[in-house]
Design a protein around this ligand. Structure first.
Ligand SMILES: NC(=O)c1ccc[n+]([C@@H]2O[C@H](COP(=O)([O-])OP(=O)(O)OC[C@H]3O[C@@H](n4cnc5c(N)ncnc54)[C@H](O)[C@@H]3O)[C@@H](O)[C@H]2O)c1
Length: 425
């Protein structure tokens, strides 16, 4: 396969940052043994030979290691940021200058630049898309319908992206198969829960340096991300309340030991608010008006839509200022409300995203899913697929092996027992 004529270029903030980026990428690599094993095999087997991959992912040290793995497998990889605030500029520089991977990402890029970067990826005519939030797939379907037939398949990293893809498929709009990497157990059980749990706390602490112990913390959404955040906050001594709309999840939160409140109740009670719902305007004008002076808000859901930022800005009538790096204060008349990382993913905007050890599993799923679609795309239909069970199991097995943990197999008697229906009391 050869690449179409569009020249590969890059757009990063400062190539002089590459050396620092390399140091940090190598540091992350130490915590990514599963991906390293896959890379070594990819170097030998070249399962992605000549495949053009267009990726739209957070440009972090862990993503850099995924890009290196795909390239080692023989793919031609082009990367754009999946969020304007999540790019680590040193990593973007290292990808271009050290690893020869075409990268379009600048931290703090405006919306136009963000989409121009996605178009640069689209210009390379990807055959496999690797998305985090469905923006690249969306752009290809809406702006480049003539290119969609060239695409063998895609992979999707996050819950919000998978929800969008399922909505596209339900409307009959999805035109190529996509593997929902988020739905691998070795992804969401660990990345969404432990990864986001820890890195959300990390982002909030780096931005504010507040004491969590004793604080009233409100978490909206008790999905995998919400569960991770609440448990980490409780572990630091916070009083935690959950806002939910799903009765089962609300009950689960209650029995895990958290208060369950409506958004208005929580607004009047909380001091630190964190959204993780994948939904829009979870906290809005009436809630901002009910919050205490000094309240802090952060979002860990995929898009910056969970807090109604237009209402917040309107309430502040221009009385807005940066009070610390990554913290904006909105004076809404007698009360000051603080917003971390512009309401974008707090763990990536104000910290470094998930620890590499957890991204090891998420990106092992990405790499193995890419290999799977390279082999099997002709058999797949344009719909959302779960990650094959064999891949999920292999990622867990490799991770345990890397951690030096061995599982004892069942005895022959146990195998027979669990497979039979004749045994009774
Ligand atoms: N920050 C990160 O690095 C990171 C990592 C993984 C996932 N995510 C994103 O976090 C979000 C949540 O992911 P998840 O895996 O926990 O999803 P999930 O579907 O497991 O959980 C979301 C929960 O939010 C609840 N919810 C929906 N609307 C609500 C509302 N108006 N008020 C209160 N609760 C509401 C749902 O009932 C559900 O229980 C998604 O946008 C996902 O893409 C972010």
């Amino acid at each position: 396969m050869t690449s179409p004529s569009t020249p590969r270029t890059h757009d990063v903030a400062d190539l002089a940052l590459a050396a620092e980026g390399v140091r940090r990428i190598e540091w992350a690599e130490r915590e990514m043994p599963v991906l390293r094993l896959i890379r070594e095999r990819f170097e030998r087997d070249r399962p992605l030979d000549g495949l053009r991959i267009g990726a739209c992912l957070h440009v972090t040290t862990e993503t850099a290691n995924l890009m290196r793995t795909l390239k080692a497998g023989g793919a031609e990889v082009v990367l754009a940021a999946s969020n304007p605030l999540s790019t680590k500029d040193d990593v973007a520089a290292a990808l271009v200058a050290e690893y020869g991977i075409s990268t379009f990402a600048r931290r703090g890029e405006d919306n136009d630049t963000y989409y121009s970067h996605l178009r640069s990826v689209a210009d390379t005519h990807p055959q496999l898309t690797m998305d985090d939030g469905c923006d690249l797939v969306n752009l290809l379907h809406t702006e480049r319908p003539d290119q969609v037939a060239e695409i063998h398949a895609g992979t999707e990293e996050t819950t919000t992206g998978v929800i969008r893809l399922r909505a596209m498929a339900a409307d009959g709009m999805l035109r190529f198969p996509v593997i929902a990497v988020n739905e691998a157990q070795t992804k969401h059980l660990f990345d969404n829960r432990y990864g986001t749990g820890q890195s959300t706390l990390d982002g909030i602490l780096r931005a504010t340096n507040i004491l969590i112990a004793g604080r009233h913390v409100v978490v909206a959404g008790y999905g995998w991300v919400g569960k991770g955040i609440t448990s980490r906050m409780a572990g630091h001594g916070a009083h935690v309340a959950v806002v939910e709309v799903d009765p089962v999840r609300a009950l689960e939160a209650l029995m895990d030991g958290f208060a369950v409140m409506t958004a208005p109740q929580a607004a009047a009670w909380g001091e630190l608010f964190i959204t993780a719902t994948g939904n829009i305007n979870v906290f809005r004008r009436e809630h901002f008006e009910a919050m205490h002076d000094g309240a802090i808000m952060a979002n860990s859901g995929h898009f910056d839509a969970e807090l109604d930022l237009s209402a917040l800005k309107a309430l502040a009538e221009g009385h807005v200022r940066e009070v610390r790096e990554n913290v904006t204060e909105f004076d809404i008349g007698g009360k000051k409300l603080n917003l971390i990382a512009e309401g974008r993913l707090v763990n990536l905007g104000a910290a470094e995203g998930h620890p590499a050890a957890v991204m090891d599993m998420s990106f092992a799923n990405q790499a193995l899913s890419a290999e799977y679609v390279a082999r099997h795309h002709a058999e797949l239909e344009p719909r959302v697929y779960v990650v094959p069970e064999a891949i999920d199991a292999e990622v867990a097995r490799l991770k345990l092996a890397a951690l030096g943990i061995v599982l004892e197999p069942m005895t022959a008697e146990q195998v027979e027992y669990v497979a039979s229906w004749q045994h009774g009391t």
